[in-house]
Design a protein around this ligand. Structure first.
Ligand code: GDP
Ligand code: MG
Length: 777
């Protein structure tokens, strides 16, 4: 028997069975890879894995390992569906402007104080774009309780009582990644209504989620997005038929062009106010394969009706999830053993009659219905301009020989522009601004004879510290600017596709490459950018690895010591340090993979969307969020840390202000630490003090040393071996306060403290080894 793995590039096949098990298999089915469906192989990633497929008119990536579990029979080509001609008509119906047909369930609960809406849809369906159109500027970002998944909430413009939450993109209501669990839980918590955004260019796959949402007994309005593209490419969708078949209002919109959004809002408010639940939940066909699935679903449904009611779970939803073997629902329903057994028998009988296992049968039933509806209501657009353009761009960006060089080139460009041109320019500007204000305040304080302690605190503590932290801001904003361009255009998905095989070896998936690369610039945005990773496990592991990517602020340390101690080898030494960081990260990942983070990296079933022009509004919104987030942190955690360090630097143990730096609390602590550093060949309180000050910002290591040694030659206290160990220690020891604050925000205080200790221990051990080795040479 052949599997997808055996197909050549360009070859097509019809799926005969889908192997594997559990959540991953369910996910593969949910993405439309179901027995009977035709697929074709488009290309392999440059490293030979994963593979890119075309199914249901969209592109999907799959690891070879998973592809090998899907059996196919080769066919000549994907069957061209006969173009049906549907008489085009205007769209008056449930979605008709201003006229709402009364429905049976209508309860006039006119005076709702607060309406809650959930915005639910597939990834890349235009959710963020629509959310921004719906809310204008009234939105805020938080965290879902207990997990670090962005929670965006806003108020629908014009309706101050209508609160809308943008949920992470999902393809089905079977929980799979942590983000999907968040989305499902939110939907199950019964918002007043759901706005289900559907990508009309990909209507078959998108309606799969809709079908499950319809089972939830919650008022829904379907927002049929990307209608501009459908129209431009000769497609047509008969909205009335779609509404009649789905039993909910459908509003054609273009989120990007802001067309139809007003009508969508009216309908959303209407269905929520009058609690108009979907008119139809029953989509199984009596005649399909003798009604095997139909009878099973209804049988189970009746059996669990009372349980579903007392558990407050919509009964049809509970029935289909139960058949799919959903453990969470099974527990919530509290069935007794007899009932469980009866259900098992019903399901077994269905599997026998249908000739497919339970998960495939249910998925097939849903897709079967969708295909029927689409036949009646949808004239497929011809292959779109956007798609052809994407294909030709992909020939280079994911091409066998070009993908990796182009990727390296793009990342170098981004770094160059961020750290040398744009970011640097604004950083300089900001630094000058802060210095100017600082000197003004300084002059004013001196003329007003302000107490020297307060003076010191304001000028040397606050301005110095917050200034140095704020200087990160331009870099972060610029980096995120480029990153959101890459993400929004669809390139990041390709990077993940290209890099997956490599990262897989480290127990991660291709998506983790981006945060790690950003880590070479600055750990702060790197940690912040891990939010786009689809699994909590991958996210944590990636965050713990980013500090090993030597950040740009350590560059001056390397440059200073490499040129002083290794003269003509300095370039090699510097390159070696970067390499050592990467090697350490790889070693760590291998250790983590089998200890702290057992289990699988996210399976790599991912859509490759068409390349698109990034939306200005989306990018601007993201930059604003990131800056706000960072500034908030700068003025809380980082601010406190700054003041603390200033205090320890300026006072002695009796809380008197110090004249000489070696009397301060800081140098006293460093003094205690000297014995710890002695085995590394760094038994000098000034060096230790500089390293401690590096906790503030790595930039300050060299400058602190210069102040403390003032004029004295550093060579006098360091040998070549101890310089080597100092360099390695600087590479590996704790990230700076700003980075730790980011880690704390993402993973919590315990992890953040853990990182500080862990990195210091690793740094000490590796430096010691290096010190011993260099001494031997
Ligand atoms: P999300 O992943 O669901 O949040 O999707 P986004 O809002 O990020 O949108 C994905 C891409 O589709 C972006 O590049 C948008 O500019 C684009 N997009 C969104 N809505 C429309 C639309 O109505 N028409 C067209 N042509 N493009 C759109
Ligand atoms: Mg989005």
């Amino acid at each position: 028997m052949k599997t997808i793995k055996d197909l050549n590039i360009g070859q097509s096949g019809r799926i005969t069975s889908v192997g594997g098990e559990g959540a991953l298999r369910q996910h593969i089915l949910d993405m439309g890879l179901i027995p009977g469906v035709d697929i074709s192989v488009i290309k392999y990633a440059p490293m030979g894995d994963p593979v890119e497929l075309r199914v249901h008119g969209y592109e999907l990536t799959l690891r070879l390992e998973d592809a090998a579990k899907i059996e196919v029979v080769p066919i000549d080509s994907i069957k061209e569906e006969k173009k049906v001609s549907i008489k085009e008509k205007k769209h008056p119906g449930l979605g008709e402007e201003d006229v709402f047909k009364p429905r049976k369930e209508r309860k006039a609960s006119e005076h709702q104080e607060r309406l809650t809406f959930a915005l639910v849809g597939n990834q890349n369906s235009g959710k963020t774009t629509l959310f921004n159109q719906l809310t204008g500027s009234s939105q805020h970002v938080g965290n879902f309780p207990g997990v670090t998944v962005d929670k965006k909430e806003g108020i629908i413009r014009g309706y101050s009582y209508a609160h809308i939450t943008d949920l992470p993109g999902i393809y089905s209501l079977s929980p799979y990644s942590s983000e999907e669990i968040v989305s499902r839980n939110y939907v199950m918590s019964k918002p007043n209504a759901i706005i289900n955004i559907v990508d009309a260019m990909n209507i078959e796959r998108n309606l799969y989620l809709t079908m499950q949402l319809l089972e939830m007994d919650i008022p829904i309005v379907v927002a049929l997005n990307m209608m501009d593209e459908v129209k431009n490419n000769g497609g047509y969708i008969d909205i009335n038929t779609l509404e009649a078949e789905l039993g909910v209002p459908v509003v054609p919109i273009s989120a990007a062009k802001n067309e139809g959004v007003d009508e969508l809002i009216k309908h959303a408010i209407h269905v929520a106010k009058y609690q108009e639940i979907p008119q139809r939940v029953d989509f199984c066909d009596k005649n399909d394969h003798n009604g095997a699935v139909h009878r099973c679903l209804h049988g189970v449904r009746h059996l669990i009706e009372d349980h579903a009611k007392s558990a407050h779970i919509p009964v049809r939803f509970a029935a289909s999830k139960l058949i799919e073997g959903d453990k969470l629902i099974e527990e919530a329903l509290q069935l007794d053993d007899n009932e469980k057994e009866t259900i098992d028998h019903i399901v077994l009988q269905m599997e026998k009659e249908r000739g497919l296992d339970k998960n495939a049968s249910i998925a097939d039933m849903r897709f079967g219905f969708i295909m029927k509806v689409c036949k009646k209501a949808v004239v497929k657009p011809h292959i779109s301009k956007e798609h052809l353009r994407s294909e030709s761009i992909d020939r280079i960006l994911t091409g066998k020989y070009t993908a990796i060089p182009v990727f390296i080139l793009i990342m170098m460009m981004v770094f160059y522009l961020t750290f040398n041109v744009i970011g640097a320019f604004f950083q300089d500007l900001l630094a000058k601004g802060v210095a100017h204000v600082s000197s003004l305040v300084d002059a004013w304080m001196i003329s007003a004879h302000v107490n020297p302690v307060v003076h010191g605190l304001v000028i040397d503590g606050i301005f110095e510290g917050v200034g140095s932290v704020l200087s990160f801001l331009p870099i972060i904003v610029t980096l995120f600017f480029f990153l959101s361009l890459l993400e929004d255009s669809g390139y990041i998905a390709r990077v993940a596709f290209v890099m997956d095989k490599l990262l897989r070896k480290m127990g991660l998936s291709g998506r983790s490459i981006v945060p790690m690369l950003i880590g070479f610039g600055c750990t702060v945005p790197a940690v912040m950018s891990t939010r786009t990773l689809p699994s909590e496990r991958d996210r944590r592991m990636t965050i713990l690895l980013t500090p090993f990517m030597s950040c740009s602020a350590k560059m001056p340390i390397y440059a200073f010591f490499a040129s002083a101690f290794f003269k003509s080898y300095s370039a090699i030494v510097m390159a070696g340090l970067y390499l050592l960081g990467i090697i350490m990260a790889i070693i760590m990942s291998l250790v983590f993979k089998d200890t702290l983070f057992k289990g699988e990296a996210v399976p790599f079933v991912m859509e490759l969307p068409n390349y698109r022009m990034p939306g200005v509004k989306n990018v601007a919104q993201l930059l604003w969020e990131k800056s706000k987030d960072f500034i908030q942190r700068a003025f809380t955690v980082i601010f406190m840390a700054t003041v603390l360090i200033w205090f320890m630097k300026s006072f002695d143990i009796h809380f008197n202000m110090v004249q000489e730096s070696h009397q301060s609390i800081l140098s006293m602590i460093s003094g205690w630490l000297v014995p710890v550093f002695a085995p590394l060949g760094l038994a000098d309180w000034r060096i230790v003090t500089s390293l401690v000050s590096g906790f503030m910002a790595k930039e300050s290591v060299v400058s602190t040393m210069q102040v403390l040694f003032s004029g004295m030659k550093i060579d006098s206290v360091l040998t070549t071996a101890s310089a080597a160990s100092l360099l390695v220690f600087s590479l590996l020891y704790t990230p700076c306060v700003a980075a730790i604050a980011s880690i704390k925000r993402e993973l919590g205080a315990r992890w953040a403290i853990g990182v500080v200790l862990w990195q210091c221990v690793i740094a000490w051990v590796v430096s010691f080894v290096i010190y011993v080795i260099v001494n031997l040479i």
